[in-house]
Design a protein around this ligand. Structure first.
Ligand SMILES: [Ca+2]
Ligand SMILES: [Ca+2]
Ligand SMILES: [Ca+2]
Length: 312
């Protein structure tokens, strides 16, 4: 059905009054933390929040180790995504940590219960310096699982009890524990996702290479893509990161082929109000991504496509 044009024109006037900033989810950049020596200690700090303390969770990221890092030479290794106990003087491991050990070359997963007991999972895949992989850990309240490139590699039981959480911030690339256990990761991190649910093996495998479909973001508490040098949280969780020390942004390490979603103008894979505003702002344009039917002009037929694909 083609919407009536007079009403459309009034919407054009309404939406062109709005300042709309297009958002792109093209994967071109990643976070690089050159933690080569004790003198360069870059990491990202994300303020503590209840939504970052889920009883069950999935944590995932793309990584490319570039060196041994600083203070992570044991089997637990350097931190990728970590809710640590910072600064302490006794040996306490994080509430959760997804990491990589420069000693064993394995992806590592750590949990800690309220009884103070740690439990760990390790990948069977060995990840060498310079190699890009997707790493994920899940915890369902009983079992911790470790995935590499979407494949389940380790399933370990917890000792029982809930995950112990405190007021610590979430850190990317660091642990900051005293006694030299800084666990600073030297390498590249991209597509960090923190979920408050357990993603199935099929879900992890289906989504690790590409931007998340609009309809697959429920329970996504934090999402860092690092595009444009941004530490913005692309989920609805509202947890922006802050760079501490030295870090930079380089070409991405994921292997995404951005899918084309008809009706999606701004490239976030969702079809909603921003896309409508952009389409109406481009009304009559002969060169616009809102020309979904490729007839050379943005018009009523494109609007009908957008409204038909609307998913918020
Ligand atoms: Ca990226
Ligand atoms: Ca969109
Ligand atoms: Ca058109």
């Amino acid at each position: 059905m083609t919407p009536a044009l007079p009403r459309t024109r009034s919407l054009v006037g309404l939406f062109t009054c709005l300042a709309v900033t297009p958002v792109t989810l093209a994967d071109t950049q990643a976070l690089q933390l050159p933690n080569e020596t004790i003198k360069n200690l870059g990491y990202v700090r994300i303020a503590d929040a209840p939504s970052l303390e889920p009883p069950t969770f999935t944590i995932e990221a793309w990584i490319r180790p570039m060196g041994p890092g600083v203070g992570g030479g044991d089997v637990w290794g350097c931190a990728i995504v970590n809710k640590p106990t910072e600064g302490g003087s006794t040996f306490v491991l994080p509430s959760y940590m997804l990491g990589w050990s420069p000693t064993t070359k394995r992806i590592t997963a750590i949990g800690r219960t309220e009884d103070g007991v740690n439990f760990n999972g390790f990948s069977t895949t060995l990840v060498q310096v310079g190699e890009s992989v997707h790493a994920a850990m899940t915890f369902d309240g009983t079992w911790m699982r470790v995935y590499v490139n979407g494949v389940l590699e380790s399933t370990v039981p917890s000792p029982g009890g809930a995950i112990a959480y405190g007021a610590e911030d979430v850190l990317l690339g660091a642990s900051n524990f005293s006694g030299g256990k800084l666990r600073r990761f030297d390498g590249v991190i991209d597509e960090v996702r923190i979920w408050s649910t357990v993603r199935s093996a099929a879900q992890i495998e289906a989504a690790f290479q590409c931007p998340l479909p609009c309809t697959d973001r429920a329970s996504l508490e934090a999402w860092y893509r690092f595009e444009g040098g941004s530490l913005e949280d692309f989920s609805d969780g509202g947890h922006p990161g802050t760079m501490v020390g030295s870090g930079s942004f380089i070409d991405g390490v994921t292997q995404c082929q951005d899918p084309i979603v008809s009706g999606d103008v701004d490239g976030d894979l969702c079809v909603g109000a921003i896309d409508l505003a952009l389409l109406l702002g481009a009304w009559g344009s002969t060169q616009s991504p809102a020309d979904f039917d490729f007839d050379g002009e943005v018009g009523a037929s494109d609007l009908a496509i957008l409204l038909g694909a609307w998913n918020g």
